[in-house]
Design a protein around this ligand. Sequence first.
Ligand SMILES: [Zn+2]
Length: 122
Amino acid sequence: MNLTVPPQRYRSTIDGPIRAAVPQVIGKALTDEGEIAMSVCKEQHRYSELFADLPPSQAGSGRHKCAGCAYNRGIEDGLAQKEHIDLDLDGLPDSQAGNVRHQSPHAAWAMGYLEGVRRSYK
Ligand SMILES: [Zn+2]
């Protein structure tokens, strides 16, 4: 059998699709080197008034997590009427900007969950 060694910059044809899918699965972006990067939210929801009145989260888990992204995950979970909840805050992007800065991602998720459940009945 004649084995060949792939060139140094070789990438398999399935490498691209896997790299594209992984961030959606674990909620974090991959760098070109395939390392998990600390993702920072760039969505406009960071400036939504919806999150201005959430309780502050200055300490503990979720302190730097994007409340807007937590809200969106809550909507998805509410639409699915999930009965077993895993907030997985570590999988959410960080945010240091706008109205989501230091706002409770737990409260944002719960607000989104209620909205998702409401929409699920329409
Ligand atoms: Zn966000």
